[in-house]
Ligand binder design. Sequence first.
Ligand SMILES: O=c1ccn([C@@H]2O[C@H](COP(=O)(O)O)[C@@H](O)[C@H]2O)c(=O)[nH]1
Length: 287
Amino acid sequence: MTHQAPVPPSEKESFGERLQKALSARGPLCVGIDPHASLLLRWGLPDSVDGLRSFADTVVSALADRVAVMKPQSAFFERFGAAGVSVLESTIRQARQAGTIVILDAKRGDIGSTVQAYAQAYLSPTSPIAADAVTVSPYLGFGSLAPVIDEAEAHGGGVFVLALTSNPEGPSVQHARTSDGRTVAQTIIDEAAACNAKAPVLGSVGLVVGATVGDTGHDLSALNGPVLVPGLGAQGGAADDMRGLFRDLRGVVVPSYSREVLSHGPGKSGLRDAADRALSACQKALF
Ligand SMILES: O=c1ccn([C@@H]2O[C@H](COP(=O)(O)O)[C@@H](O)[C@H]2O)c(=O)[nH]1
């Protein structure tokens, strides 16, 4: 993987278009920024705001000019309170300036009027913590997400809705059957597809589908939107698992690795080599 020119955000382009360009220019890879306490220790950093800042700065300066997407995990910053959130703000800003697309993994969800405030926080261009896209939870009803989907559309942002998560507890909720016989996950997939139905290119309402979910029989064929794929590496998912899962979704899959890459720091070359290996495994599996 070599240094790639930034993919500049354009007011006129939708998130889906920008993401598709970034994936084709830099390859299908998202690197998560998850400053676990154990990783700070492994990198020889203190488990403090200074350690957090140093960790995030290193990951961004090693990778943001070359990977298509980065995904800071909000929880690891929030655990340091306001000072941690301030590091998150600068991490998002620096990563976007370096040319990567930033998906903030915050998994927010609430009643619609509160979701509106989350939408402003994470997707309004005037917000200090604005990212290119945010992860959201549909478990207060997909319709409660309307304000964040509208905000994304208004500002060229994106939304990734949890559909089939990578954790073993997910199926107890997501595979449950609704009154029309579809699973809960399939209703979420279908609602996201309806949001993207009129998008001229790739829609901006994506889904989260873990690499670990196995062959569940869910139908993603009408989505016309991106699929963020966590669960690779540390959680046991392998790039090859995506071959069968996303057979017909070429160009829209965003494989995401956090610990698998981050454990090769703090040296920038170690991080870059690990990202290169992940990218090449994903390219082989997805093309
Ligand atoms: O279904 C999901 C949704 C989100 N995640 C998040 O992705 C990363 C995974 O980290 P790894 O170190 O690559 O396991 C983490 O931030 C999760 O909160 C997920 O794993 N599964």
